[in-house]
Design a protein around this ligand. Sequence first.
Ligand code: DAH
Length: 343
Amino acid sequence: MREKIEEMRSMISRELTTDLGREGFAKLRERFLSRAGEIPGLMKEMKNIPKEERPAFGKIVNEFKEWAEAKFDEVDDALKKAELAAKNVSEAVDITMPAVKNETGTLHPVTLTKNEIISIFQGMGFDVFEGPEIETDYYNFTALNVPEDHPARAEQDTFYITERILLRTQTSPGQIRTMEAKKPPIKVLSPGRVFRSDYDATHSPMFHQMEGLVVDKNISVCDLYGMLDLLAKKIFSSDTKTRLRPSFFPFTEPSVEVDVTCCECGGSGCKLCKGTGWIEVLGGGIVNRVVLENCGIDPEEYSGLAFGIGIDRIAMLKYGINNIHILFDNDIRTLRQFKERQR
Ligand code: DAH
C-alpha cells in the first residue's frame, strides 16, 4: 500500500506543472482528488488492512491527501497568475491613442425661443397646458366660432384624418380645453406643433405656435397690450415698441394684429420690414363672448384676452433666419451655431 502511495506521489510530482494548461490540470485533479478519485479511493482499501495497522495507515493517507491538495493549489495559483498576465496583455489600453471626442448637443432654435417665451409669461403667472395635435373639428373650429364655410376648414388648407378628426391648424383649441376644465381666473399658455397644407419660403406644413389665454373679471385690451409689450421688450430689446392694429379672428372681438418695431433697423425702415419700420409678430384680441359661452363661462361676469404667437417666426427674427425650412432641415452646421446662445 505504501508503495502505491509513493508511486502516486512521484507521478503527481512529475506530471503536475503549469504546462498542463487549465484543461489538463482539471483532468488530473479529477483523477486524484474528486470524490471517486484515486486518493479518496485509498480509504476504501482500509478494510483489507489488519485492524492494528489501520490508524497508522489512515494517518499516512490523510497526510498524503493534504500534500496533494497543497500541490494542486500551488499549480492552480500559478495558472491563475499566468492567465491574468495574458489577459493584461491582450486587453491592454494604449493610453497614447487620441481620445474619442464627446460632442455635446444643443437645443433647437425653436425650442430656445419657446422656452424663452414660456419663461417670460411664467414671470407673469401663466401656467402651461399642452393640448393634443390630433383634434376634432369641434375644438379646432366650431367651439372657436369658426363658421362652417370658413376657408380654413376646406380640405386644401387642413389635413383631415376623417371627416371630423384633423391635425390641429392652430393652438387655439387649447383655449377651449382649458376653459372646459377650469373655472376663471385662468392664465394659461399652450405651446405646440400645428399643421396646415402650405409650402413656400415662409410657410411649412408643420410649424409652432404658442397660445395665450387670460380669463378673469374686467380683462381689457390694455391688459393684452401690457403683456405683449413686455414680451416684445424682453424677447427683442428694451427699446422695442409695440402697436396694435385692428384685425379679425372669429374667436376674438375686437381682434388685433400686433406689430413691433423692426429688430433689424430699429424702426427707420429696411429690407426686412419692407421700409415700414414695423414687423407683424402675432394676433390676439378680446375673447369673443360666443367662445366663453361655448365653454360655460358667463360673459357678463368674466372677460378674456387671447393671443397666438408664431414661435418659428419669432425665432427667425431673433436669429436672422430668412427661410423657415432652415429651421426644419436640421442641418448640423446650422444647429451648431446655436450652441453659444444657450443659457
Ligand atoms: N389662431 C390664430 C392663427 O392661427 C392666431 C390667433 C389669433 C390666436 C388671435 C389667438 C388670437 O388666440 O386671439 O392664425
